[in-house]
Ligand binder design. Sequence first.
Ligand code: ZN
Ligand code: ZN
Ligand code: ZN
Length: 123
Amino acid sequence: MCKHILNAQVAIRAPCCKRWFDCAECHAAVTDHPLRKTDEMVFACKKCKKAFRKDMTDYEEEDEFCPHCDNQYVINAVTPEARIGIETEDIRVDNRVVKDDRFRVKTEQINNIFDIDGSHMLG
Ligand SMILES: [Zn+2]
Ligand SMILES: [Zn+2]
Ligand SMILES: [Zn+2]
């Protein structure tokens, strides 16, 4: 199970070392050489477990589907990094909004206190 692309639909056979990987990062994690780029990639569908080749120089929309079971394997990758990034971003935005609200409420309360104090002193 690849921890980089959580919804990987295919394994890729590295042309350099002839081993199967879920993604280029998995390859980088266990090898000491860069993943060799090739015009013809070999995939293995995780759904039907069959291998197929794709010419990457002539890649069309219909090539996003496994030729054996029509499983769409080119999908937006769900990566843990992206999810953490979005969560961090959300938390930061939320904190800023909460802080701003508290600050505004505090200022209003202080103003109200001054107003009440002022009216009390005047009264
Ligand atoms: Zn390799
Ligand atoms: Zn991976
Ligand atoms: Zn398939």
